[in-house]
Design a binder for this molecule. Structure first.
Ligand SMILES: [Zn+2]
Length: 136
């Protein structure tokens, strides 16, 4: 643990960051600091820094978190949709499978980058990992 992380290190603690704002900006796949620059270069590749405010993104460590959250959300939504579709319309099995497969894949592809942006926003707001020593 670096010496400046201790509560009694004598250094003033940095100003708190707004978590809700950072999560909202992350869900829009925008920089958690300025909200203007894109976080990703492509579908899921995190940029080195923000094009607008120069916020360094090298501290982002989303790892498997976005995939876990995506599976959690899509699984619950698909389970409810499966129940409603089956008991309301009772479609043919192949049509039923096709609706759920296309819906689940489409929803997963939609949610994955947004949840990754939100996790990066959360890490930035909480000064986790490489965002720990960012100046404001
Ligand atoms: Zn920015």
């Amino acid at each position: 643990m670096p010496a400046d992380d201790r509560p009694d290190s004598g250094r003033p603690s940095p100003a708190p960051r707004d978590l809700r704002s950072a999560l909202r900006k992350g869900l829009r796949r925008r920089c958690p600091n300025c909200g203007a620059g894109p976080v990703f270069n492509g579908y899921l590749h995190v940029r080195k820094s923000c094009q607008v405010c120069r916020q360094d993104f090298s501290g982002a460590r989303a790892d498997d978190g976005p995939a876990y959250l995506t599976i959690l959300l899509v699984g619950h939504i698909a389970a409810v949709a499966m129940h409603i579709i089956y008991f309301r319309w009772q479609p043919e099995p192949l049509i039923f499978f096709t609706i759920l497969a296309v819906g689940s894949i489409g929803l997963s592809l939609y949610l994955l980058p947004r949840l990754k942006g939100a996790i990066i926003g959360f890490q930035w707001a909480r000064r986790m990992h490489g965002f720990r020593n960012d100046p404001d």
